[in-house]
Ligand binder design. Structure first.
Ligand code: PMP
Length: 292
């Protein structure tokens, strides 16, 4: 197998040499931010949107990214070229950097920047037809006043606790509520429901990441004439929906066939979900930055 090259603070190093200090505050405190991005047929899908979200997350947590926007884009492109990757996943991580054992970020003079690119297969093609079994979990989504879920921070313990709970229930994904009982998102995906032809997704202020895939689906709905609302809804609305689907960079658009033992619609991916997946897949190698 060809050598995998990883971008680490301006250098391209092998996987073996891609190591950061145990004093890095990304490791000690989850202090940092990240992005998950896809490349399809040599096109970095929605590259600008991902980099905008990264720089916004950095601003929000007062993290100084030691690269300009253009330098970051160039580093992404170069990492992909060196790995000859035309289809796959890009993980871009910016941590606070090396400091001391105290949590003060002022003790970390320089952020650590890492870019890892790899092939990806998260769900089988079959899973896109059968849909996922999911459960709602008792762990609530972080409240926006504590750690705003709009920040794609390295601190994913909230999501990990949720994943542990869904694993224990034998489910493939979890549905997280906020402390008022409104549905927010999955452990790593946004959520949509369909009822009588109307598509609804929760507004992100309830406690959800502003997913890039979510945004792409909202745009496709507008273009294709689907009725779409951003409105709060409860678990009851999920249970009685005709279709439920999740969106994310890794998952794309995947149906949910079961929630807490309730069968959704016909118990497999519904027509609107499948149509949106098809429309989504028809733009992923066009909308973005061409590397090859
Ligand atoms: N919510 C959470 C918590 C996520 O981690 C992600 C990304 N995996 C998403 C939603 C989906 O966001 P995107 O479409 O930008 O990947």
């Amino acid at each position: 197998m060809a050598e995998q090259w990883i971008y680490l603070n301006g250098q391209y190093v092998t996987k073996q040499d891609a190591v950061v200090s145990v004093y890095d505050h990304g490791y000690l405190y989850g202090d940092g931010i990240f992005e998950g991005i896809r490349i399809y047929n040599g096109n970095i899908f929605k590259c600008k949107e991902h980099l905008d979200r990264l720089f916004d997350s950095a601003k929000s947590i007062m993290l100084n990214i030691p690269l300009t926007y253009q330098e970051m884009e160039d580093a992404l492109v170069e990492t992909l070229r060196r790995n000859e990757l035309r289809n796959g996943y890009i993980r871009l991580v910016v941590s606070r950097g090396t400091g001391d054992l105290g949590l003060d970020p002022n003790r970390c003079p320089k952020a650590t920047v890492v870019i890892i690119v790899e092939q990806l297969s998260i769900y089988s093609e079959e899973a896109y037809k059968t849909g996922l079994k999911t459960v709602s979990v008792s762990t609530k989504r972080n409240i926006p006043d504590a750690l705003n879920p709009k920040i794609k921070s390295l601190n994913y313990l909230n999501n990990i606790l949720v994943k542990i709970q869904s694993n224990l229930s034998g489910a493939g994904e979890a549905i997280m509520l906020n402390s008022q009982g409104y549905v927010t998102e999955g452990s790593g995906d946004n959520i949509f429901i369909v009822k009588n032809g109307v598509i609804t997704t929760p507004p992100c202020y309830l406690g959800a990441l502003e997913g890039i895939t979510r945004g792409a689906i909202i745009d496709i709905c507008a273009e294709k004439g689907y009725k779409l609302k951003e409105e709060p809804f409860s678990l009851h609305d999920v249970y009685v929906a005709d279709e439920v689907f999740l969106t994310g960079t890794a998952a794309e658009v995947i149906a949910v066939r079961e929630v807490d033992g309730r069968i959704i619609g016909e118990g497999h991916a519904g027509p609107i979900t499948l149509n949106l997946l098809e429309e989504f897949r028809s733009v992923v190698d066009k909308d973005g930055i061409k590397v090859w």
